[in-house]
Every structure is written in structure tokens, then in C-alpha cells.
Ligand binder design. Structure first.
Ligand code: AMP
Ligand code: GLY
Length: 415
């Protein structure tokens, strides 16, 4: 079986690592992948960009690709699933209409409102003056969100009126992310967790819960990033709350999208908060999260490839987990998420026994170099989260990588 994986980061490395273990023994085409992924058996890189839909489609057709799995949202938003479906090719990814659940905060909020899916109260605005008037009326704390893709920087949790007003000026007067709308949201409190479900139409299969660490520095300080580490399971989110979220959030959302004529196929990622009133949606993503995928797939015992084939066929999907805990630490280039240098030498990568997922690396003349902001994700494993944490940091300590930094407190909420 020939499988194409679209994307090039740690998430895609984890997907490839997991698919490579399938008894089906697929051949993996990585578009474009990264050099670290070539350690896996039966892999070949395809030099195509994630958003080159036509190029990817042509490649899939002429090489007899049986199934395509997509990582990054950018590929979804330009309609990779639409193009493959129209061509009659199997793809595990939502159409751009379904992926709007991630692409537009306003769309997501209105859908949740209409279908009674628990989330923070909100109002959408386009102009500065009425937004400011609303802010004056409601006051802080309040959450200001730019409606569109803003690389994780479009959300300001404003604890003061002044912070909120600055964010509004930034987004609506200075058009920092382009001309767009702003969603003003009720401030919620509670621990956050990411719930992943495989979805095809109204079929919803939860595959794991993880907690991300979005801030760059220890103690959840510093700027928002794509994620500096993750772990699974999440002990302070009781299983009955997860089950509740599947029944009252994930399933109704899949059903709502289907009813709206935007049936979802792929990974629906609920970014949820366990509030005093139960789980509520902070945001949805239409794809695997990064770095949560790295730990969620490590914990998955079942054959991911068989699971994807089954859900695409609307068959029941079997999900089994290992009884181990997994914790991933991201090593990033100094300066990330701002500007950062590339080509930093990385040593001892082969010396550690941890699962090592490459987020942004390349191989040059026999030497590993950094090639992105987030560079490596080192996975630890153990009977408890504390053991998994120790295992991960033992691995991190053995990697020689001057110019990289990492958080030293991944898992602090659980351990
Ligand atoms: P988002 O990009 O929507 O996931 O938001 C980024 C982060 O902002 C989340 O992970 C939360 O920590 C925080 N956040 C977003 N919305 C809210 C809210 N309504 N109340 C409190 N915190 C929020
Ligand atoms: N780790 C958060 C995300 O993938 O959006």
C-alpha cells in the first residue's frame, strides 16, 4: 500500500512513525517530509510543498498513491481534500468547507451557538468603535481573538481593560494580521486539554487526550508558541468528563457540520477547558495538533493505518492504548517564536534511546542541523508521568545543541 503524508514537522514524523509500524507495511511518500523521517523503513521524500495541491494530486495519480494523510492546516484551507475527493482519490482530511471550523473563529462560534455546543459567550465585530463600546460595557477580563489564521498570535487574554483596548487597536485599527474581524469572548477558567477524535461524517472515534504547553517559557510565561511540550494521559481530566465531551461536544459538532452540508472527515481536535460548568470549547482545529500528536500516537496501541482505512469505510474502529504515560519536550531555536537562526549543529541524536521526532532539522554532509523554530521533540515514556518526564529530560540532556532552548517544566500541572 502506498501512502502519502503531507507535511514536514514533528507531527508528520509521528504519523509516519506510527503508520510505518502497521502490519500492512505501507510504503510512505513524504511530501515534503524531513530528513529525520528517512530513518523509518520504506520511506521516500517527494519535493512538493504542502499547499501545491495540483502537484500533490498529479503525483498521487501518477504514482498510484492509495491513501493520503494530511498534517498542516494550510493544505486543508487551500482545498487539498476537495481536489483529491473530486479526483476519486482516498484522503484522510477535511474539505476546506469543513476545515472552516478551524479557519474561521466566527464560523466556529456561530455553529456552536446554533447547535448548543458549550463554549464561551461571544460577539463578533468588524469596526473598532463598536468593539470598544462593547469592551467598555463588559469590562476585563475578556478575550480578544482575531478571526483568521494568525500563527497562534491572534488571541489576547486581556486581564485589564487597557490590554484589551491595545489588542483591539492592533487588530482593527492597525490591521496587524490583515483586514479582518474580531471575536470578543467571555473569559473562562480551568485546566485546558486537547481531545482528538477521528471523524467521518457523523462517526466520531476519540483517540486520545493530551495537554499542550503553549507559552514559550517555564511557568507558562512568555509568548504563545505552536506548543513547547505535551503529555498523555492527563490525570486531572476524569474519564467521565472526556466521555461527556465526546457526547456533548465532539459528536454534536460532527453532526452539525454534516447538517450544514460540510461533512467532516479527518481529525477533529477539540481545544477544551474543564470549567466549573463542565468542558467547554476554546477552539477547534481540523487536524492533528503538534506536539500533542507525538505523544497521543506513541500511546496508541492500535494500528493507525487500519483505523484510518476503517473510518474511511464507515466501519467500526478499534482503539487500544498502551498502559504507559508519554511526555514530549520540544527543543526550539533561541528566539522562537520570534526570529531565530537556522543551521545550528545538533549532536548525539543517534545516542539517545528515546523516540526522537524531528520538527525542523536537515542533514548536511553527515551533520544534523536545525531548520526551523521548533527543532526536535524528545519523547519520554514510563509507568507514570513522572517517569516519562524523567526519561524525556534524560534524552534532552544528552543531545548537544547549543542555541536551542526547552521548557524544564513540561507536565507540571500533572506531576
Ligand atoms: P486559541 O488560539 O483560541 O486556542 O486561544 C489560545 C489560548 O488563549 C488558549 O489556549 C487559552 O489558554 C486562551 N483562551 C482562549 N479563549 C479563552 C477564553 N474564552 N477564556 C480564557 N482563556 C482563553
Ligand atoms: N499544539 C497546538 C496546535 O497544534 O495547534
Amino acid at each position: 500500500m502506498k501512502i502519502m503524508i503531507v507535511g514536514r514537522g514533528g507531527r508528520e514524523h509521528a504519523i509516519a512513525w506510527k503508520l510505518a509500524q502497521s502490519p500492512i507495511q505501507p510504503q510512505l511518500f513524504l511530501a515534503p517530509g524531513n530528513d529525520g523521517m528517512l530513518n523509518l523503513p520504506n520511506t521516500v521524500r517527494v519535493p512538493l510543498e504542502e499547499t501545491d495541491t495540483q502537484g500533490l494530486l498529479d503525483f498521487a495519480r501518477s504514482n498510484g498513491i492509495d491513501l493520503t494523510v494530511v498534517g498542516p492546516e494550510a493544505a486543508l484551507m487551500v482545498g487539498i481534500a476537495n481536489a483529491f475527493q473530486e479526483a476519486g482519490l482516498a484522503i484522510f482530511a477535511p474539505t476546506k468547507e469543513a476545515a472552516l471550523i478551524e479557519g474561521s473563529k466566527q464560523f466556529a462560534k456561530e455553529l456552536m451557538d446554533q447547535y448548543d455546543i458549550p463554549t464561551a459567550k461571544f460577539r463578533t465585530f468588524e469596526e473598532y468603535e463598536p468593539t470598544k463600546a462593547y469592551l467598555d460595557e463588559i469590562g476585563a477580563p475578556i478575550v480578544v481573538k482575531y478571526d483568521g489564521l494568525a500563527a497562534g498570535k491572534g488571541v489576547v487574554v486581556a486581564m485589564t481593560h487597557e490590554e484589551a483596548d491595545n489588542a483591539l487597536r492592533d487588530m482593527l485599527l492597525d490591521n496587524r494580521f490583515g483586514q479582518g474581524k474580531v471575536v470578543m469572548e467571555e473569559f473562562l477558567q480551568g485546566p485546558e486539554f486537547s481531545l482528538f477524535a477521528m471523524v467521518n461524517g457523523e462517526q466520531v472515534v476519540p483517540i486520545g487526550v493530551a495537554q499542550d504547553h503553549k507559552r514559550a517559557h517555564d511557568g507558562d510565561q512568555g509568548p504563545n508558541t505552536g506548543g513547547m511540550g505535551a503529555y498523555t494521559p492527563v490525570p486531572f481530566i476524569p474519564q467521565e468528563q472526556v466521555d461527556w465531551a465526546v457526547e456533548h461536544i465532539m459528536k454534536p459538532t460532527a453532526k452539525a457540520l454534516a447538517q450544514e452540508g460540510r461533512p467532516f472527515c479527518g481529525i477533529l481536535y477539540g481545544g477544551l477547558m474543564l470549567t466549573a460548568d463542565g468542558p467547554k470549547v476554546i477552539e477547534f482545529n481540523a487536524r492533528f495538533g503538534d506536539p500533542e500528536t507525538e505523544v497521543v500516537l506513541a500511546r496508541l496501541k492500535s494500528d493507525l493505518l487500519q483505523m484510518i482505512l476503517d473510518i474511511l469505510d464507515h466501519k467500526p474502529v478499534t482503539v487500544q492504548y498502551n498502559d504507559q504515560a508519554y511526555l514530549g519536550v520540544v527543543m526550539a531555536a533561541n528566539g522562537y517564536p520570534g526570529s531565530y537562526p537556522k543551521n545550528l549543529p545538533l549532536g548525539n541524536l543517534d545516542a539517545i534511546s528515546n523516540l526522537l521526532l524531528h520538527m525542523g532539522t536537515k542533514r548536511d554532509n553527515g551533520q544534523w542541523l536545525s531548520n526551523g523554530g521548533r527543532v526536535l521533540c524528545v519523547i519520554g515514556q514510563g509507568g507514570t508521568l513522572a517517569e516519562a518526564q524523567r526519561d524525556a529530560y534524560n534524552g534532552v540532556a544528552r543531545i548537544s545543541a547549543e542555541g536551542l532552548f526547552f521548557r524544564k517544566d513540561i507536565g507540571w500541572q500533572a506531576i
